[in-house]
Design a protein around this ligand. Structure first.
Ligand SMILES: Nc1ncnc2c1ncn2[C@@H]1O[C@H](COP(=O)(O)OP(=O)(O)OP(=O)(O)O)[C@@H](O)[C@H]1O
Length: 326
């Protein structure tokens, strides 16, 4: 995370551009849990640098609403034979996944199978090279968009380890992020008062303490508070596809339930929002209703089922699943 750039943003939004961060929304929507910042000028897909843009953020956002009722409606996310590598090491090996709007998918898999890599590739982390396959997002080529544009188009990745941004007030950060997306969508930006009108009901619905707004981003936050702050960001941004990478990690039982309830509340309100949960534990699914569970192994989805698949994993472990696919 480019802390210096974001501190500058508190004084002046323009400072973000000067420090290589074009908006805080970029930081929110297209960052990785590694704390490294995606570079807005680099594309992860070889050969895409000069590709003609097939969809600006506005067009993409519009495409979802306009495609209602179509027999062949595109999935929010259509991943086909995706292959990606880092430093020449192949991590994703022909991953396939389709997520329709409103659906909740859980991705499970042993350590190192490529779950976080998948999420980072989607948001355009520059360390990863896409070497094969395709990803459609709302019917357009995701890789034709810069990381910042992906965020503007409604793609949100929650941090696995949300970082502190000392000196940056949460309200300022959220408002700049929100306005960055609104501007890209051609919507009027919120002034501070209007933004408070936007965020106050969200806090109430998600049962998040309004003191969160006065604090600096994640500074001194407990693990549970940080994860709730991620959900707050997601709600404020009104993203269309939320990728929640281990939103349950490091949480005690009560915090886990509270975070899951916040996601549920958000889903109730925004029924079309699609969610991809990356998790190791079935217990999250006790609180969050999922439509599909996918098991990843060696960089691809090897099995898909319903919530019962997670329960089977919990009781039998991966060995039982692996046998079917060796
Ligand atoms: N920046 C990197 N440099 C080198 N190797 C990396 C890097 N990022 C990921 N990898 C490797 O890619 C593989 C997949 O990692 P990834 O974090 O995607 O797995 P994961 O399924 O999310 O694991 P976990 O469940 O432990 O979080 C691992 O072998 C990891 O060491």
């Amino acid at each position: 995370m480019n802390v210096a750039g974001l501190q500058g943003a508190r004084r002046s939004p323009g400072a973000l551009a000067g420090r290589g961060l074009r908006s805080p929304h970029f930081a929110l929507g297209a960052s990785s849990g590694s704390g490294r910042q995606p570079c807005s000028t680099s594309l992860t897909r070889k050969g895409h640098r000069n590709r003609k843009r097939v969809g600006a953020a506005t067009e993409l956002a519009a495409s979802v609403t306009q495609s209602d009722g179509g027999a062949q409606e595109a999935g929010v996310l259509e991943v086909t034979n995706l292959e990606a590598e880092i430093d020449g090491k192949r991590i994703l090996n022909g991953l396939n996944l389709r997520v329709n709007k409103g659906e909740v998918h859980a991705i499970m898999g042993q350590n190192g199978c490529g779950k976080s890599t998948f999420s980072k590739v989607l948001v355009g982390h520059p360390d990863y090279s896409v070497v094969g396959g395709s990803v459609g997002y709302k019917g357009s080529d995701l890789f034709a968009l810069e990381p910042e544009e992906r965020a503007h188009a409604g793609l949100f990745l929650s941090f696995q380890y949300p970082v502190e941004i000392p000196g940056v007030n949460n309200t300022d950060f959220l408002r700049l992020a929100c306005n960055s997306r609104r501007k890209a969508l051609g919507q009027p930006e919120f002034d501070p008062l209007e933004f408070y009108g936007h965020v106050a009901p969200i806090l109430e619905e998600l049962k998040i303490d309004s003191k969160f707004l006065n604090r600096n981003v994640n500074e001194g936050f407990s693990g549970g508070e940080r994860k709730r702050n991620e959900v707050l960001q997601l709600a404020v941004l009104e993203s269309d596809l939320a990728i929640l990478d281990e939103i349950d990690s490091g949480l005690d039982i009560d915090a886990l339930r509270e975070v899951a309830e916040a996601v549920n509340k958000l889903k109730e309100k925004r029924k079309d929002m699609a969610v991809v949960l990356i998790t190791h534990y079935q217990r999250l699914l006790d609180y969050l209703e999922v439509d599909f569970v996918h098991i990843m192994k060696k960089g691809k989805v090897v099995k898909t089922g319903g919530p019962e698949l997670a329960r089977e994993l919990e009781s039998e472990g991966y060995a039982s699943i692996d046998l079917e696919f060796e």
